[in-house]
Design a binder for this molecule. Structure first.
Ligand code: ATP
Length: 231
């Protein structure tokens, strides 16, 4: 899915957090969206998802403006946000989590059904009846990612998906994200403090500082830029 963000300003109450944010992502691109804590990355994702209304600017997906669409309509178009801190129902079982989200998102001809999620993450199949909140952090994050891809995702936004995960699990999860993006022309935006892990799969990098974009380019250009010293 092509994503065009044009001149977005957004914030909370009287406070403006992001200013004049613009970037375009081509279908299938994986963006590493980097920057210090508090730079405004989560705020940008929330604005794209429709959880926060921009004060200025506009966002389009595949050429269609999202400005008047609520979150549910954006989910139906294929936009997905895996929020920071895991988007799962901790008190439900693994299969119940998957069934609840599948009921809302999986229509005829969907790209990812419950069975596809179990195939991608076999550990979830072994734990169908386990209470989600009692699993390890890694397993909970796999469930969260599985829920985010159910149906037909076309732009997957992941907010700090690696937090609390062992390095080998992070690599495995990111490899799966890359494979799914490549095979389905799915766009991904990866907000990550684990810069090395994000850079392994990214084909584009944006760096945000203090609510503004300060770098937009290819991974090698990012590594050679003045802003790389941030990390
Ligand atoms: P982090 O990695 O810490 O989440 P970030 O780059 O994603 O960093 P944001 O979460 O977008 O940054 O936060 C940007 C600024 O907006 C911060 O100063 C933060 O305190 C402020 N902020 C975030 N959420 C709210 C909110 N609900 N109400 C008021 N201010 C907020």
């Amino acid at each position: 899915m092509k994503i065009e963000v044009s001149g977005i300003n957004a914030g909370y109450g009287a406070k403006t957090v992001i200013q004049d944010v613009s970037f375009t992502l081509e279908p299938g691109q994986i963006l590493a969206f980097l920057g210090h804590n508090g730079a405004g990355k989560t705020t940008t994702l929330k604005t794209i998802m429709g959880l926060l209304a921009p004060r200025a600017g506009s966002i389009a997906a595949d050429g269609k403006t999202l400005d008047r669409l609520d979150v549910a309509a954006r989910v139906a178009m294929g936009l997905r946000l895996l929020p920071e801190g895991r988007g799962i129902f901790p008190d439900l079982g693994v299969a119940e989590n998957i069934d609840v989200v599948a009921a809302a998102n999986v229509g005829p001809g969907a790209t990812f059904t419950a069975e596809d999620v179990y195939r991608l993450f076999p550990v979830l199949a072994e734990r169908r009846t386990t209470r989600a909140g009692s699993m390890s952090g890694g397993q909970q994050q796999m469930l969260a990612l599985g829920l985010a891809i159910l149906g037909t995702p076309r732009c997957l936004m992941l907010d700090e998906p690696s937090i609390g995960l062992a390095p080998n699990l992070v690599e495995r999860m990111f490899d799966q994200v890359r494979d799914v993006c490549r095979s389905h022309a799915m766009t991904a935006i990866l907000v990550e403090q684990n810069v090395a892990a994000a850079m392994r799969i990214a084909d584009r990098v944006i760096i945000m500082n203090n609510g503004a974009l300060v770098f937009d380019g290819l991974p090698d250009e990012a590594r050679g830029s003045d802003f790389w010293s941030y990390f």
